[in-house]
Ligand binder design. Structure first.
Ligand code: ATP
Ligand code: MG
Length: 298
């Protein structure tokens, strides 16, 4: 158990960015450059993050031993918002055997032959494990909504492709999350909130720095034309799917050190609430252990 002061400190990082009720959600109310007035030295931020990841590594072992709850972390963002780096840093201490990262790209021919949730549903983490979705079923109401050609590729019967289809999908997603939450999946959703200007800066860095050239994609730059459409799609998605059992975190993403702290804090907070302990050994199991010791010593 973390001390109350620690939990209070963690809440200071998470409360301002948590959206658990979507009705009045407006993306504009969140500042991508926010650091809560904090200007931490790189060292200090790294130290704090390290403490969080070490704690998480310990808890993950208990999660695994308990074999009951699981944790699903969903990451969504515009390009260059830092999804990959955030995942890498926040999960750095966790035993790779208890954690799976899935990166969802354009669907394959086989995936397109199924209902849209099919490929994601099979990757929901089993009991005791942490699953990370680097992009997720939310793409089905984001990129697919912005580029409706992608919807054609899904070959849904024409009479089911009606104006309400996006609201229907959002409702389906919210239901799906309710369902897995009731099965014991703790769901946390992170929108890394990057500004239009900072994205430009990061793309230019990819062009300027030879070590970052490989990350540059002309297609990503073209996608900037649709920025406003994406923002609208994100806003509607978050509004329709933020809930107590599957909250969104609108994480400021213009300062990477701060993004990582907020994400780590949200995970620590959610896992701490589970009050995990190692499973208790029953008197019967104790007798078995004693017998095993005797056998070993003979
Ligand atoms: P990075 O660029 O940091 O490597 P990424 O997540 O952007 O990571 P990419 O391979 O660049 O990975 O892009 C994946 C692309 O797949 C994105 O443009 C995304 O919008 C697209 N995509 C993901 N899911 C779907 C989907 N269901 N339908 C159509 N396109 C999708
Ligand atoms: Mg990309």
């Amino acid at each position: 158990m973390l001390r109350k002061e620690v939990m209070d400190a963690i809440k200071r990082y998470t409360d301002p960015f948590r959206v658990a009720h979507g009705e009045n959600f407006r993306l504009n109310n969140f500042d991508p450059g926010d650091t809560l007035g904090l200007s931490m030295a790189k060292e200090e931020a790294a130290q704090l993050l390290k403490q969080g990841t070490e704690w998480l590594a310990m808890e993950q072992e208990m999660l695994y031993a308990q074999d009951s709850w699981s944790l699903l972390l969903v990451f969504q963002a515009m390009d260059a918002a830092g999804k990959d780096g955030t995942i890498k840093h926040v999960m750095s201490g966790v035993n790779p055997q208890g954690c799976d990262v899935f990166s969802f790209k354009q669907p394959s021919a086989e995936e397109l032959s199924h209902d849209f949730m099919w490929r994601y549903a099979t990757k929901v983490p089993p009991r005791g494990r942490i699953g990370i979705f680097n992009r997720s079923y939310y793409e089905e109401v984001l990129v697919v909504r912005v580029h409706q050609k992608l919807l054609e590729a899904q070959r849904i019967p024409a009479e089911l492709v009606r104006p309400g289809i996006w609201n229907e999908r959002l409702a389906d997603i919210a239901r799906f999350e309710d369902y897995i939450a009731r099965q014991g999946v703790i769901i946390l959703k992170f929108y890394l909130n990057l500004s239009y200007e900072e994205q430009k800066k990061r793309f230019l860095q990819r062009l300027d720095n030879p070590d970052k050239n490989w990350k540059f994609s002309a297609a990503d730059v073209r996608e900037r034309r649709y920025w406003n459409d994406y923002m609208q799609a994100y806003e509607e998605a978050i509004r329709a799917t933020a809930s107590k059992s599957a909250p969104w975190f609108i994480v400021p993403a213009d300062h990477k050190w701060f993004t990582r702290l907020v994400v780590a804090a949200a995970i620590v907070e959610a896992v701490e609430k589970l009050e995990l302990t190692y499973p208790k050994v029953s008197p019967e199991q104790m007798r078995d252990l004693a017998a095993a010791r005797e056998e070993l010593e003979q």
